[in-house]
Every structure is written in structure tokens, then in C-alpha cells.
Write a protein that binds this ligand. Structure first.
Ligand SMILES: Cc1ncc(COP(=O)(O)O)c(C=O)c1O
Length: 471
């Protein structure tokens, strides 16, 4: 193996990562092109996760690189408050055209987390400006993920992301998540049954408890991504839409993962044919290269602020220094151009059966408890690890083995998620699931010894020990 000089690993606090473990076996990419990463020791790793779900058009797109480079030399920054620049308006117009019909007023943020908190604030302020300040409660969903800011973790439903951070927001509750492995294990695509009953619980249980007149908004991901690829049953989202309409509650779709073609349609809203009042996105919006998020609202929502706020008032006292910075705008426009030229959402739709079948070929392997798929997403859920080994031990070992074998997957608890760039080819889909199959068999064949992480990435460990300095 060639000698690799690692950077000093001491100072950087790696997000959402077990830092001590990571720094003992760092996994660092130095380049990316198309559907592949290059590691520090010059190995090619197939990107089974489109970065963090954020690179739908594949890596190293020249069109985006050129646009961003040129923009930096033309207008690097314009103050985002009280002044602006034409590209911000052009990007909003282009995005409005891409959005589901009616969602054509756009607020820009820098991330999915900021989009979630922005959407919640717009919902609260909307009811207030309409003269309904009592509508101040926010409803999320168990196992939902809406980023890491205080609003997002309050309506989010992943316990581990909430418990370290105090009391959160008041006036928040959660509906049940729709995953039912006892009934729906190994369903291909959308589960058929139970959607209406489950959605009705929102009205019967949560709204009855709180009084619907106090609820500002319900926020959900059309498909729950981060907590393990949870696919809503048929008619579930439609019924939630009806209940929100009946009670004057705003419906927010967090489409940070499901936006930009992931399900084989532009947005989850298009796939499920349900239009929310507010839709958040980020990630794929700029193909992951410049931080950018957006919140699209129905025209009626925007108009309410414009018509009912006092003359001259700032209608929404909210915004970010980097809202719609020029380089994010050109990255988004170039990304939308790519989506338009390459019809990436149609490409994803065309590949989704093939991808789903490849995912379900893992059924019957040791430890595999459920497989879920939709569009170009698959979730492989493993039997829960024993108390001794801790949650997620099998998935983590499988993830490490995949990395060793040249494939990047995402692990979260007992689940491995696959969500490749939408530019993926069929032979690469085969490679993803063949590699995953080999990794699962390998880890399982070793029993408990397979869960010992020191067994994996030996090379990387060696060079980490070799060149790491500690301060
Ligand atoms: C549904 C959803 N909302 C929000 C976020 C947070 O996005 P970010 O990490 O850009 O803040 C994510 C990230 O994965 C997400 O999946």
C-alpha cells in the first residue's frame, strides 16, 4: 500500500459521527467524479448514497463548477437584506416552475435544517397575521427528521437527536409513524393497506386531545428517509391532506430527501399526488455543492403576509446572511438545467423497478428483517442487535465491510439505506447489491467476531496510526 499522509485529525469535530472511533479509522475522500469517490489511498468507492442524499446529478458536474467559478469573479456577494441581486429572483422563478403547481413563492435558506425551522416560523406567523394567534401548536411525526435546529428537533421524532438538548419547544406533539413490519415486511414499493386508518388517528387522537383550533401545522416527510426509509401506505398522505383542510391546519412536506427526483418524480408531492401548503427542500437543489435550501409556499400564504401586514412593515422578520448568495443561485440554476436536460426524475422512475428487484434479492440473507424500496431508495433493516453488542452493531459492521469492498452505503441504527445518484447505471446497481450481499454474508458468518470493528479497514487504521499527530 502506498504511504498516505493524513491531515492532523485533532481539531475537526466531525458532525453526527463517533469521533474517537472515526479518528482511529478515518474514511477520507480526496476526489469525486460521476458516481465514484476516490479515497486517500486511491481506491474508487461507488457512491451508494449520493453523498448524503444530496448529489442526484452525480459528482464533479462541469456545468456547475464553471458557473460557480465564474460567479465568484463577477458578483461574490450582495447583502441579502434590503438589497438583492437578479440571480436570486431568477433562481426563485426557475424553482417555482419546478415545484408542484401552486407552490410558487420561495424563501431561500442554507440547509434542510434551516428550511424546516423557516417553514415552522412561516406557519406560526401566517396564522398570527391572519388573526389566529391561538394556532400555535406544531405537530410532527415519530421517527421524523427535520434537521438539527431547535424547531426541527422539536417536531422531529428521533429520540437520540433530542434527548441531549433540554426541553425543546412547548406546544409540540407527534403522530405515529407508518412503519408496520409485522404486516408489511418485504413490501415492494408502497404498502397497500392501513393508510386511512392510520391517518385518521391524527384527527381522532391528536386533534381531539389538543383542539384542532390550536394547531398551526403538521410537518412530515412524504417518505421518512433518515430514520430508515419509511414509506407511507396508499392514501395515507391524501387523508392527512383532507384532515388538515377540514381543520384549517397547514400541511408542510419536508422534501429535503424526497425532492429532486429521488422517488422517480420531481417531489414526493408529485409522486403521491398531494400538494402541501408549504414545501421545504435543500440538498439536491444545488446538487450538494453549495449550501442552499428553500421553502416554497402557496401563493395564498405569501399573499396573506403582503395583504395583512402593516404598510412598510417587514412582513416576515426572518432570513440568513447567505440566503440566495450568488454562487448558490448559479449552482441551483445549473442543477435545474441538468435536471431539465437529462430528465433525471424520469431516469429514476425508469430504473426504479430494476433497483427495487435488486434490493429485494437480499431477502433471505442472514439478519435481514425487512427490505423497503421506492424510486431510487432502498432500506435494508436488520434484526436488532443484542444488548451486549448495542443497537446498530450489525449494520455498522456491514457498512465498514462495504467500504472495504469499494461501496459507500449509509447506516443508521439497524438500517442500511441506499440512495445512489440518479445517474447510476444498471451494472452499478448490480454492483451495489452484490457488494452489500457479500458484506452481509461476511459479517454474519463471523458471528459476534464480525461485530468487532477493529477487524475492518485495517489499511486505513495503519496509516492513521502512522501519521496522526495529537494536540
Ligand atoms: C427530511 C430532512 N429534513 C432536514 C434535513 C436536514 O438537512 P441539513 O442537514 O441540510 O440541515 C435532512 C437531512 O438529511 C432531512 O433528511
Amino acid at each position: 500500500m502506498s504511504q498516505v499522509k493524513l491531515p492532523n485529525l485533532s481539531h475537526y469535530w466531525v458532525p453526527f459521527t463517533a469521533n474517537r472511533q472515526f479518528k482511529a479509522m478515518p474514511r477520507l475522500f480526496k476526489a469525486a467524479k460521476g458516481n465514484y469517490y476516490t479515497t486517500m489511498d486511491d481506491r474508487q468507492i461507488l457512491d451508494g448514497t449520493a453523498g448524503l442524499w444530496c448529489v442526484p446529478a452525480g459528482h464533479g458536474r462541469e456545468e456547475i463548477a464553471v458557473a460557480v467559478g465564474e460567479q465568484l469573479r463577477t458578483l461574490d456577494y450582495a447583502p441579502a437584506f434590503q438589497t438583492s441581486h437578479p440571480l436570486a429572483f431568477e433562481t426563485a422563478t426557475r424553482l417555482a416552475e419546478y415545484m408542484p403547481k401552486g407552490l410558487d413563492r420561495i424563501f431561500f435558506t442554507n440547509s434542510g435544517s434551516e428550511s424546516a425551522d423557516t417553514a415552522l416560523k412561516i406557519a406560526l406567523a401566517y396564522h398570527r397575521v391572519c388573526g389566529n394567534p391561538l394556532r400555535s401548536k406544531l405537530i410532527g411525526r415519530e421517527r421524523g427528521y427535520h434537521g438539527v435546529n431547535f424547531g426541527g428537533i422539536a417536531v422531529g421524532g428521533i429520540a437520540g437527536n433530542r434527548k441531549a438538548f433540554g426541553n425543546g419547544l412547548a406546544g409540540v406533539d407527534h403522530i405515529r409513524h407508518p412503519l408496520d413490519i409485522t404486516k408489511n415486511a418485504f413490501t415492494k414499493g408502497v404498502p397497500e393497506d392501513g393508510g386511512i386508518t392510520l391517518a385518521n388517528e391524527f384527527e381522532q387522537r391528536i386533534l381531539t386531545l389538543h383542539d384542532p383550533a390550536t394547531i398551526a401545522a403538521l410537518i412530515i416527510e412524504p417518505m421518512q428517509g433518515s430514520a430508515g426509509v419509511i414509506i407511507p401506505p396508499k392514501n395515507y398522505l391524501k387523508r392527512l391532506r383532507e384532515i388538515c383542510d377540514k381543520h384549517g391546519i397547514l400541511l408542510i412536506f419536508d422534501e429535503v430527501i424526497t425532492g429532486f427526483g429521488r422517488l422517480g418524480a420531481k417531489f414526493g408531492a408529485d409522486y403521491f399526488d398531494v400538494v402541501p401548503d408549504i414545501l421545504t427542500c435543500a440538498k439536491g437543489l444545488s446538487n450538494g455543492v453549495v449550501p442552499m435550501g428553500a421553502v416554497a409556499v402557496k401563493r395564498e400564504v405569501y399573499d396573506a403576509f403582503m395583504e395583512k401586514s402593516a404598510a412598510g412593515a417587514i412582513e416576515l422578520p426572518h432570513g440568513y446572511t447567505y440566503s440566495a448568495i450568488p454562487i448558490a443561485c448559479v449552482a441551483a440554476i445549473a442543477t435545474l438545467d441538468i435536471f431539465f436536460a437529462e430528465k433525471l426524475e424520469d431516469r429514476a422512475a425508469g430504473l426504479s423497478d430494476y433497483f427495487g428487484q435488486a434490493a429485494h434479492s437480499l431477502k433471505g440473507l442472514p439478519m435481514v428483517k425487512d427490505i423497503r424500496n421506492i424510486g431510487l431508495v432502498a432500506g435494508i433493516e436488520f434484526e436488532a442487535a443484542s444488548e451486549k453488542t448495542g443497537a446498530g452493531a450489525f449494520a455498522f459492521a456491514t457498512y465498514l465491510k462495504c467500504y472495504e469492498l469499494g461501496l459507500h452505503v449509509r447506516y443508521n441504527g439497524d438500517i442500511i439505506a441506499i440512495s445512489p445518484p440518479l445517474t447510476i447505471e444498471k451494472y452499478e446497481i448490480d454492483r451495489i447489491f452484490n457488494t452489500l450481499s457479500d458484506a452481509i454474508k461476511y459479517v454474519a458468518s463471523l458471528g459476534e467476531a464480525g461485530l468487532d470493528v477493529s477487524r475492518y479497514l485495517k489499511n486505513e487504521q495503519l496509516w492513521a496510526a502512522h501519521s496522526q499527530t495529537t494536540i
